[in-house]
Design a protein around this ligand. Structure first.
Ligand SMILES: *Cc1c(COP(=O)(O)O)cnc(C)c1O
Length: 378
């Protein structure tokens, strides 16, 4: 079956007991057992496994064409589960313009346990390949990157890595509707389900998908041992989001490409970063590995931080806020918000400067969004 059908049906057969068409929110924390080591239904304790979560995990796995999906209480908890596959003295190679919270998790948490992190400011697969050392156990990529929408050739990086080294792709920006990293050679996909997957800015959640049974077993072990699991209600909201991911993404994308074109020709704007623009350096690679260009875009405003300050105060339809991927359009200032935890010198090196504005283009009316940007720019 195709994506839209699977997101509505995979793991979501009508309830056997009642016929309920929607997967019930199963709140019980414990489940009856018929004897020693004889759970009645396959469930024992809600941290270990839960019917609503199990159903969501099947839909998540299907979204990434994966055998296994494992869900967590946030995208950051999902990233933590993957980093727990590592041992002290292992090395992680990553692109530098990643989500600020992931950078913080790397440098402020896992670096304390003897794991080494190296950041590359090149998005060329060749540069990533030549930075590999025998200690490199994991390559962590975002593509498109946050907030500059750089594109990394996932297939090329997968071809360059050694068998000991896992390729992990944070697919939050692209969504499983537009990009499936496992099909391009990645070993593990990570999602902040908080963003497009849930899509309505009303739940925090995360997911990991993989085809490798041993990795799946380790992730499951960690999920139960550390316990950073989503609540049944969170699972319900995330699964509800997946049902409309395809239709939302189509509208998100159409709006984003219209706005990118308007911004690219505007005198107050000095640069636009959107992989859908033919002049974007990653345009061809994006076309080859994605089924669309997504709905995140960034631009530089002439006049720097004071101009950004005036611009965001003028916005009326766009809300000035962190996060992304919801139905409503958001604008943010990465240097002080999402990427505030990256030291200023590093930020300057990767181009996250004070004149940069990032937009998460929502699914409101295209003309209303265009007019809002134009009046604020004016
Ligand atoms: C938001 C985000 C995360 C972290 O997810 P949370 O659900 O906020 O913990 C990780 N990666 C990317 C790309 C994100 O946008």
């Amino acid at each position: 079956m195709k994506f839209a059908t699977r997101m509505i049906h995979e793991g979501q057969e009508p309830d056997r007991a009642t016929g309920a068409v929607t997967v019930p929110i199963s709140l019980s924390s414990t489940f009856a057992q018929d004897g020693i080591a004889r759970p009645r239904s396959g469930f024992e304790y809600g941290r270990t496994d839960n019917p609503t979560r199990r159903s969501l995990e099947a839909t998540i796995a299907s979204s990434e064409n994966a055998r296994h999906g494992v869900c967590f209480a946030s995208g950051s908890a999902a990233s933590t589960a993957v980093l727990n596959l590592l041992e002290p003295a292992d090395e992680v190679l990553s692109n530098l313009d990643i989500y600020g919270g992931t950078y913080r998790l790397f440098t402020k948490v896992y670096a304390r346990y003897g794991i080494r992190f190296r950041f590359l400011d090149s998005h060329e697969a060749k540069a990533i390949g030549s930075a590999l050392t025998p200690a490199t156990r994991l390559i962590w990529l975002e593509s498109p990157t946050n907030p500059l929408l750089n594109i990394v050739d996932i297939r090329a990086v997968a071809a360059l890595k050694t068998p000991r080294c896992l390729l992990v792709v944070d697919n939050t920006f692209a969504t499983p509707y537009l990009q499936n990293p496992l099909d391009l050679g990645a070993d593990v996909v990570v999602h902040s389900a908080t963003k497009y997957i849930a899509g309505h800015s009303d739940v925090i959640g995360g997911a990991v998908a993989t085809n490798d049974p041993r990795l799946h077993e380790s992730l499951r072990f960690y999920q139960n041992a550390a316990g950073g699991v989503p609540s049944p209600f969170d699972c319900f909201l995330i699964q509800r989001g997946l049902k409309t991911l395809e239709v939302r993404m189509q509208k998100h994308q159409a709006n984003a490409s219209a706005l990118a074109r308007r911004l690219a020709g505007h005198p107050a704007v000095s640069a636009v970063f959107f992989p859908g623009l033919p002049e974007h350096p990653g345009h061809e690679t994006a076309k080859a590995q994605m089924r669309g260009f997504g709905a995140m875009l960034s631009f530089r405003l002439r006049g720097g931080r004071p101009a950004v300050e005036r611009f965001v105060r003028r916005l009326a339809v766009f809300t000035f806020a962190e996060s992304l991927g919801g139905v409503e359009s958001l604008a943010c200032h990465p240097a002080t918000m999402t990427h505030g935890s990256i030291p200023p010198e590093e930020r300057a090196r990767i181009g996250v400067t004070d004149d940069l504005v990032r937009l998460s283009v929502g699914i409101e009316d295209e003309e209303d969004l265009t007019q809002d940007l134009l009046q604020a720019l004016a």
